[in-house]
Design a protein around this ligand. Sequence first.
Ligand code: MN
Length: 504
Amino acid sequence: MSLVNLSTPEIWFVCGSQHLYGPGPLKQVAANAQAVVDGLVKSKRLALPLKFKALLTTPEEISKVCIEANTDANCAGLVLWMHTFSPSKMWIRGLTTLKKPFLHLHTQFNRDLPWASIDMDFMNLNQAAHGDREAGFIHTRLRLGRKVVVGHWSDSEVQDRISAWMRATHAWHDWQGAKFARFGDNMRYVAVTEGDKVASEIKFGFEVNGYGVGDLAAKVNAVSDQAITDLVASYEKLYAVVPALKKAGKRHAELRYSARLELGLSAMLTEIGAKGFTDTFEDLHGLRQLPGMATQRLMAAGYGFGGEGDWKTAALVRAMKVMGHGLPGGTSFMEDYTYHLSPKGHQVLGAHMLEICPSIAAAKPKVEIHPLGIGGKEDPVRFVFDAPAGEALNASLVHLGNRFRLLINEVKAVKVPAMPNLPVARAVWECKPDFKTACAAWIYSGGAHHTGYSYAVTSEMLEDFATIAGIETVHIDADTRLSQLKQDLRNNEVFYHLENGFRA
Ligand code: MN
């Protein structure tokens, strides 16, 4: 299934060389670069289209391509490779202008050395071993965030590293100019869901703006009965709807109201051109219930979502949905809700009052209606389901006042025990490296209770994404040691405070 409002940009493959070798070898270099691109594309392991853009041999050519990349909306990023030596002062002007992410592929055209026939012509042509070091120096000298991938281009592991970066690049591209809509403000008194929306637009490129709940209510009220009838009929085909909500059931009108909410929200988001949204149970003026199933369905269509006004998580969930697009396993808004602290193994029960995305449902979701307990509104319709066992992660984007931090905790989701009296969608997981270390690390790092939770997205993608964004990543995984993590946090405070001063 495609994600709402998602384009498929391309990545440009750029090969560096110089004129020292004469036209014959340069022709060969260009042909080899094209062959590398063809080989990578044919592997079918890359998440985005890859196009051989150019062989670059002069500062003028390099600068021109970098400017072109900046202005081409369909270009999400660049892969750079130096087939031969390409003196890197030639790259300074271009790379200081370049605004798109890049990956430095340290490969060479031939896999094996032809020991019996190798001569000086071969040595002149195949120089990535030193050419890419010259390139790497200037990338480091310019303090450019990038991903370095090493190995032969036919190696599937190399292709997977490139593809993970492409997924991060895709999400970054998707964020540029993206709109996130807020219906209602932040939940009163809550700190972590606040943040600097101006700073985030400068740093991340997306906009966050508020819209009147009354305007949303008007959209909801304007939905036609026929549209509701059609949508509700599809619910009965797709999901296990409880009898009371079915067409003949005594609460069917409430399912119809849920469909009305979905269609009204969808119309409003389409009008805004939004890629995600937030709402809050504290401001539902003119709405009869907090959108439950409506929000869950919209998340499944690809919208990012954050509860209680949490726009940072809405944007993160959208980015993670783009990163994981097309891979097995879904991505959802999530909250660490309550713990199982058994001596046999500590576990987290993840859920929200309503809004967990059915893209992570292990089986056909049930559609039920129950009271919410807060908000003082009518009972919301919601999906109830278990998330599957498997490798997963939680990610949280926090604003520390002067900067952003992305936290990642790798977890192992387990089979959800039967909970017949809990009418929400839920997941149960065990944290890496262990519950006590992971939770302490998360709390020392200031991680939110809201996260993006995914079976598809990997730490590598998120780390690449944070590198592109130029923000800190705190990675809590099987190797995390608390004392080292605490020291890393202290070191990073200094690094990110001073970082701009390193760029001169
Ligand atoms: Mn919440």
